[in-house]
Design a protein around this ligand. Structure first.
Ligand code: NDP
Length: 620
């Protein structure tokens, strides 16, 4: 009884604190002349004018006659003999997920590891994306994995893509992972051999070999996508996707100096996180730049700066784990003594949780929490829109660059150069919101409504098929016990234990966002996943298990946990302007992330490993 009175009064205090803060923000907005109802109406209006009946089918894949857009412009293809030997662990994917898993396995004494990747070197997304201006928009000290193990500190607070790619290669060298790696190789089939308890592996190079364990980490932003613009195939000028930047045509490097553009009229299509980074660089080098925008991004302050050498010298062993931990806790809403990163991500942590899972205070009434979240969101978006007005000189351009939606409807972007580029005389913003994007393309240009913009080059910054690994798209068919196809066994939704393992598919481990926790620093999530998977493989080897495989019951229990904990953001997403976060405005398919977020998820895994890991170790 006394306890429940105490709990009630804590709840009252919290509710009051939430109400007080909401009232304070509300008063601030009123003082700034913001009419909450009018903004809500504007958000609905901006959403409605962009929703297209063709939804996610408006895009086309960079395959077939559009395969040119996905070709590797960086590494010439070399011939080699097919591989036929056996291997203990096959890791599919040479990005950070695959690299960290392999590095951890090396740490557990596993020597016989073969990594496979379609790219010509390590780096994953950082191999493919080398466009001018590319930077990581998460702080490099928490984003780049294994810094201490490799013995380096990034040179910039937000590292350029080339530094990150070089770091991926350094991980490869440090852990001796280049040995046996098969680059320029795509896995085309995995089949479980029940007689020998191994996976048989086939590739587009004619390889045919066997692996005891298979780990897939084939990425979530790998397949470039193109808008299905009528007439796109008729364009006779030069064209490419940002993830295959054609420096042969533009000249220069990711740092600029694109002398090939000096006499060119260039179109950049798309103003997401990529377009925002590309635009200032093309603006500097092209004769004229047309930026084709459908929905403006939020442009937060970047504040990039070189790493302070004195700070780097002061770092003590364990510093990176501590900083990563601090960042992930801060953005996930877990308690911290101090926010070490103090940037645009940590400052907006609370309003990010409308989309990305994390810890919420269950003692606060959900309606009160939502009221405060919406007001804080509105306050932040008011600042974002005010910044556009401050920076962009032409009022009509400034108005078109203002985002009218809640903060996490789109992936936030950060730049101290993007908005400024629109003050240059050689840069034109072409807003395509009312026409649902570009109307059509001709042999010589881009048409919006009735206006044709003649251009020499069209760069598509139009993103990727998000979250589609080879396993999920079916381009990597996986046949488990009894020849069952993984996708067929998932016909009514994914079935996993913790997102990693599936009944009927022994010794197969998948990294990625499915049925586990998520964070804006996804590489940290991958690092935790790699730790867990490496530990499972270590344990299987140590205990002499025949294979690792969860039971159906364990999968069902995990699915129930996901259902019970996943935050319900369907209504939030339904109110958003279209984009890949809401499947182009059509998605209310539910959330499949572990609700309490990555910090709690790690504890769940640690506890499971300590007490229940033997349940998946099949010995007979
Ligand atoms: P996005 O999918 O985020 O953006 C695609 C852009 O293309 C949008 O602005 C979209 O407009 C526009 N577009 C699509 N079709 C048309 C059309 N027919 N006409 C005009 N415009 C069109 O792709 P990005 O490559 O920008 O980003 C993908 C992801 O990559 C990010 O969300 C982020 O996760 C990651 N990334 C991470 C970075 C980092 O530093 N960590 C840096 C860059 C990217 P609309 O919004 O209206 O659909």
């Amino acid at each position: 009884m006394t306890d429940s009175i105490a709990t009630d009064s804590i709840a009252t205090v919290r509710r009051t604190a939430v109400q007080t803060e909401a009232d304070r923000v509300s008063a601030d907005l009123a003082r700034r002349g913001v009419d909450v109802d009018a903004v809500r109406a504007r958000y609905r209006q901006e959403r409605d004018r962009r929703v297209r009946p063709d939804g996610a089918t408006q895009y086309r894949r960079a395959t077939g006659s559009f395969g040119y857009y996905a070709k590797d412009p960086y590494t010439p293809r070399t011939d080699r003999e097919p591989v036929t030997t056996d291997v203990e662990v096959l890791v599919i994917g040479g990005g950070f997920g695959g690299l960290v898993t392999a590095a951890r396995l090396r740490g557990h004494g596993v020597e016989d590891i073969r990594i496979m990747d379609e790219a010509g070197d390590f780096g994953g997304t950082w191999y493919w994306n080398r466009y001018p201006g590319i930077h990581c928009d998460i702080e490099s000290y928490v984003y780049m994995p294994l810094l201490e193990e490799v013995g380096t500190v990034p040179r910039w607070r937000y590292a350029p893509g080339e530094e990150i790619r070089q770091h991926a290669m350094a991980i490869g060298r440090t852990f001796d992972l280049y040995r046996d790696t098969l680059f320029q190789t795509r896995a085309t089939g995995l089949r479980w051999d029940e007689d020998d308890d191994v996976w048989t592996v086939e590739t587009d190079r004619g390889d045919h070999f066997r692996a005891r364990f298979v780990v897939t980490s084939s990425g979530t932003l790998t397949e470039p996508k193109l808008p299905g613009i009528p007439g796109i195939e008729t364009f006779r000028g030069h064209t490419f996707h940002t993830s295959r930047w054609d420096y042969g045509y533009t000249g220069g490097t990711a740092e600029g100096g694109m002398t090939g553009l000096a006499d060119k009229r260039v179109a950049v299509v798309g103003t997401g996180a990529t377009g925002i980074q590309v635009v200032p660089f093309v603006a500097r080098d092209a004769e004229h730049l047309f930026v084709f925008q459908r929905t403006p991004s939020t442009i937060g302050v970047r504040d990039n700066r070189p790493t302070d050498p004195a700070w780097a010298a002061s770092l003590r062993p364990g510093w990176q784990r501590e900083r990563q931990e601090n960042f992930i806790r801060t953005v996930s809403g877990a308690p911290v003594d101090e926010d070490l990163t103090r940037d645009g991500w940590t400052a907006t942590a609370r309003i990010q949780r409308t989309m990305i899972t994390g810890t919420v205070d269950e003692r606060v009434d959900p309606a009160e929490r939502e009221r405060l979240d919406e007001l804080l969101d509105l306050q932040h978006m008011t600042d974002v829109r005010a910044r556009v007005d401050e920076v962009v000189e032409d009022p009509a351009t400034a108005a078109a660059l203002q985002p009218w939606y809640r903060y996490m409807c789109k992936r936030p972007a950060f730049s101290d150069r993007y908005l400024q580029a629109f003050n240059e005389p050689n840069v034109t913003l072409v807003d395509t919101a009312d026409t649902g994007g570009i109307t059509r393309m001709t042999e010589t240009g881009v048409v919006v409504g009735d206006t044709e913009y003649p251009v020499d080059c069209v760069v598509f910054a139009t993103g990727f098929e998000v979250g589609v690994s080879g396993v999920l798209s079916g381009s990597l068919p996986v046949h488990g016990r009894g020849g069952t196809m993984l996708l067929a066994s998932w016909a009514r939704g994914p079935r996993t234990l913790h997102g990693f393992t599936t009944h009927g598919f022994p010794n197969l481990f998948q990294l990625g966002p499915l049925q586990n926790a998520n964070s804006v620093n996804f590489v940290h999530v991958l690092q935790d996943q790699a730790d867990h998977i490496a530990e499972l493989i270590r344990s299987a080897r140590a205990t002499g298990a025949r294979y690792v495989e969860p039971t159906r019951d364990a999968e069902d229990a995990w699915a129930a946990t996901i259902r019970a904990t996943a935050i319900d953001n369907d209504a939030f997403r339904a109110g958003c302007t279209p984009g890949y976060y809401n499947r182009e405005g059509t998605a209310t398919t539910g959330n499949t992330s572990f609700g309490p977020g990555p910090v709690v998820f790690r504890d769940v895994l640690a506890d499971w490993r300590a007490h229940r890991m033997d349940e998946v170790m099949v010995t007979t």
